[in-house]
Design a protein around this ligand. Sequence first.
Ligand code: GLU
Length: 559
Amino acid sequence: MDYNRIAELLYPDIVETPEDILNRTPARKLKEGAKVTRLAPSPTGFMHFGTLFPALVNERLAHQSGGVFYLRIEDTDLKREVKGAEDDLINTLSYYNIKFDEGALPDGGDFGEYAPYRQSKRAYIYQVFAKDLVRRGMAYPCFTSADEYEQIKNADVKQILSEKVWTAEDAQKQKEIIKQGRLITEKEVEENLKQGLPFIIRLCSDGDPDKKIRFTDLVRGNLEIPENDEDFVLLKSDGIPTYHFAHAIDDTLMGTTHVVRGEEWLPSLSKHIQLFRYIGAKLPKYLHISQLMKMDGNSKKKLSKRDKGAALSDYKADGYPAESVIEYVMTLLNSNYEDWRRANPDADYTEFPFSVKKMNVSGCLFDYDKLNDVSKNVISRMSAEKVYDEVTRWSCEYDKELFGLVSSNPEYAKKIFSIGRNSKKPRKDFAVWRDVKPYISFFYDDIFEVRDSIPSDFSADDIGTALGTFVNEYDETSDNSEWFEKVKSIADRLGFASDMKIYKQDPGAYKGSVADISMFLRVAVTGRLNSPDLYEVMHILGKDKVISRINSFIDSLKE
Ligand code: GLU
């Protein structure tokens, strides 16, 4: 068999060799221990929450070691490609502050010495490598016969395949049938090409599945996997590579040192090990990371595309700050992250010494309650200024009414957001920006509503008198303790206990306590039984509003 001749017949226009391409590919200048990693998403739909896992692991490994992190778009599956998905991917990653040193840019652009970073633009490179493998007898073309071609054109192939129940024997038989294709002669190749028949390129496998390959995965440890004996496809009939072929070539040319990817690729690993050997390249290190799980009753199940929480866009719409989502992913990725965070409440997550050894092998469990807790902590550590910026940005897109309110008076809004901040134990009122409007509504007359009422154990007279006295004596210049003394004195004057300890000894001797007087004021001013510190609230609202709210409440008592 004249492999050289077959290679020339298949690719007459390709004159370069892999060496030519390797020679013009710049070597990476890396310092000792620096890792080169990549995120290699396929733009086949909305961005899944799970994509953040390899994204962050890759980013941390590269940047923590002073290496390079790049973005490669794996757009080889034209049938499954979704319009707009690629830009959505790039923009979403940037929203989560995942920064690449090189790679694909929005609108089809590229940045970096190893461009193009879209596999659809690298067809020529794959063909150079394919031609070389054919020439060396390590790959061969497989033509679709004229009959099959007609059939495929006319039938719904998916339907035919789905009707067949595939057994292990069928798979073995198919492998053997495929291997007969290795015997194709130059003459047959010439004939088929003349007829214009499409062909694919298959690898000529030398593997024996009874033999095992020893392999060390950086997350999963030592593994033994059977050699690959399948003549799998390298190039499809449109000249576009399969994932396997593109992976081996691109990660070789782009100098990837560590491949972080989902565990669903583990069964294909023996193919990849074989391919790197065939093209004479060094195998990168691999980290196969677990699927994200969720609880389904008492058992764990994969977080699937349709599950709540799967689409990353939902997090933005719900108003989770990007930092919260990243912080949550960090807690899932490394078991010691939360301890570190407690010890370093204000540090950036990038200061955490991320370690592959601390990764969970058995699959992280996605949990909304945990995410909300994490998010509350993250937001509680933000400055009022930052909260204001985030809320305006979010509400501009998702809640125009809220946007109008906060942006009409930024100083006022920032005062509201500063309540209970900057203390040792900051308030944790919001998990998402969607929580903001119901929380701050009483600060704005336009959306103020009286939500709660005063329990019926108090007489309207007492309530009215307490509130009226407060209005008459309210002095905006008093400090927090003077203010509270005033409330206590109103309590004393009306037969309410001003000292809680004494009150608790004999509650029956009083109409109520100072806490009840505060509660009257709170309901009158905020319309709620629960609110942040009332003194602070009154200061932000301003004397006029406080007095007019209390007066209208007194009026409502008379109705
Ligand atoms: N395009 C592949 C995927 O989206 C990439 C896997 C890899 O990182 O190698 O699953």
